[in-house]
Every structure is written in C-alpha cells, then in structure tokens.
Design a protein around this ligand. Sequence first.
Ligand SMILES: O=P(O)(O)OC[C@H]1O[C@H](OP(=O)(O)OP(=O)(O)O)[C@H](O)[C@@H]1O
Ligand SMILES: O=c1cc[nH]c(=O)[nH]1
Ligand SMILES: [Mg+2]
Length: 209
Amino acid sequence: MGNVFVLDHPLIQHKITHIRKTETGTKDFRELVDEVAGLMAYEITRDLPVTEVTIDTPVTTMQSNVLSGKRIGIVPILRAGLGMVEGVLRHIPTAKVGHVGLYRDPETLQPVEYYIKMPNDIEERELIVVDPMLATGGSAKDAIDSLKKRGATKIKLMCLIAAPEGIDLIKKEHPDVDLYLAAIDEKLNEKGYIVPGLGDAGDRLYGTK
Ligand SMILES: O=P(O)(O)OC[C@H]1O[C@H](OP(=O)(O)OP(=O)(O)O)[C@H](O)[C@@H]1O
Ligand SMILES: O=c1cc[nH]c(=O)[nH]1
Ligand SMILES: [Mg+2]
C-alpha cells in the first residue's frame, strides 16, 4: 500500500495559508507555489542514495557523500503542475522533465488527455508527478496509468492540497505510489472543487478564468 506523507513543516504551512487566500494575486500565487514545491522537493528526495567519494579540502583529504546519480524525472500534469516544476528543478537540476496534458471536463469531472511527452528512458527513472490539486484523483490516476503504460515503474506523486476522495483513489488504483502532500482538506463540493481548497489552481497560476 502506498504511503501518504503530509509535509507540514511550518514554512510549508505558512505559505499554503497565503496560497489559499482569495486576495493572493497571480504573481504571489505563482511564487508561493514555486517555493512550496521547492520545500517539498527537499523531503521527497530524502531517500536518494549517496555514494562516498574522496575529496581534498584546503586542510586535508576526506571521504564525503555525493548523490549516486540516480535518474530522476519530473512530470507535471498540465497546466497547473507546471507551477511546481522550477521549484523541484532548483534542487535536482539534472532531472529530466516529461509532460502530461490533462484537463478535467467541467461537466463529467473526467480527465481528458491531450498531450504526453516523456524522456525516452522513463523505465530507468524515478518519476515525481507534480500537480497542485488532487481532487477526485482522476487526473493523477490517468497520468500515472499513462506513465506505467510507457514502462515507468518507480513513481511518486506530489500535490499541494488533496481531498480524501483523491487520496483513496490513488491508494486503490496505484498502491505502489507514495503520495506527498502539503495539506489534506475536508471534502469535494458538488462541482468537484476541494473544500476549503484554493479554487482553480491553473486559473490562479496563469490569470485565466
Ligand atoms: O483530481 P481531479 O478531480 O482530476 O482534479 C484535479 C485536476 O484539476 C486541475 O486541473 P484542470 O483540469 O483544472 O486543468 P488545468 O491545470 O489546465 O487548469 C488540477 O490541476 C488537477 O490536474
Ligand atoms: O479544487 C480544485 C479541484 C480541481 N482542480 C483545481 O484546480 N482545484
Ligand atoms: Mg484548472
């Protein structure tokens, strides 16, 4: 069964509070999403393997650790996931980035895939799928289905805010996927929005309606 980690560091909680507020405009919203993604990247990479190398400091020679070159892929679910990519890349600059384009049909709430482009070695990479919102979970479920169909085997999912319904769907459909969240909210409303949530993440990031 996949693990669910709530990354509730005080810095993350503080920024999430500002992200949620109606009066937070596009520029601040975008900057805050980027910052929270960066902070979460720190936690999500905690289990990356390291290798000991020998280095010279100005004083002496010593053994010290470097990342052992594990291949990482960051996979934003378009559009809103794009807002989290740079924050993660700041900490893992050698990661490759794949894109899954999905939108949720406003009537049926079913995800519709319109684009996918992955690094050609995804079966060798640990993939971090990023999307600020996990509502019904349908978009993340379908995105992960697509990645697995293309050979991916090691996948983590990182979202800012999740509804219980979305968490349950991912646990049921992708029990091998660990889930990293900044907050778990109460429920979905009749339009499939997370309550209390933050509204439409894509619209708030990019100033659309
Ligand atoms: O868990 P779900 O019920 O599938 O809902 C979550 C999805 O909805 C939002 O995307 P949206 O469809 O608004 O597309 P956008 O990012 O282009 O705005 C969000 O970024 C997720 O991808
Ligand atoms: O609350 C929600 C639900 C789905 N997508 C969003 O952007 N926000
Ligand atoms: Mg949207």
